[in-house]
Write a protein that binds this ligand. Structure first.
Ligand SMILES: [Zn+2]
Length: 145
């Protein structure tokens, strides 16, 4: 069974569902072989782009036009009960290493109160994931709010 894997990475406060849905749908139409199972790979965050990607997968499963699988990669933020600030970056590497045919990155501006870098700049986790995907040779498309 052939798979076509779409890695979705995005900011937690990316609230524009329409752009996420259109990006996934047009990637499927333009690039996925017609017999392939679509695998939507995402970081399993309950908010933002991950949630919109998960909702797209559920809707596409519901319309039954082609097989769609959802593959969530939740970050382990509190291994052993201790907060781990690098968990998101590790999770991103895990998603990229799992392999993908395309990466869609939805970059909202960084809104971290503790961040001292010159603003505006895109949220760090998403920017990092898009970079990793590109380094791995995965065609990557960036969307900004
Ligand atoms: Zn920042």
């Amino acid at each position: 069974m052939t798979q076509y894997r779409i890695l979705v990475t995005g900011s937690r406060d990316w609230d524009d569902r329409r752009t996420v849905w259109q990006a996934i749908a047009s990637t499927v139409m333009a690039s996925a072989p017609s017999t392939a199972t679509i695998v939507v790979v995402h970081g399993d965050c309950p908010d933002g782009a991950d949630a919109h990607a998960a909702a797209w997968a559920a809707a596409a499963q519901g319309d039954n036009r082609r097989p769609v699988i959802e593959e969530g990669h939740p970050a382990d933020w509190r291994p052993g009960g201790v907060f781990d600030r690098a968990a998101g970056f590790r999770r991103n590497a895990e998603m990229v290493n799992a392999g993908a045919d395309a990466c869609l990155a939805f970059l909202a501006p960084c809104s971290k109160p503790s961040c001292t870098e010159l603003k505006p700049h895109p949220s760090h986790g998403t920017a990092h994931c898009a970079e990793l995907a590109e380094q791995a040779g995965i065609p990557t498309r960036r969307y900004t709010a």
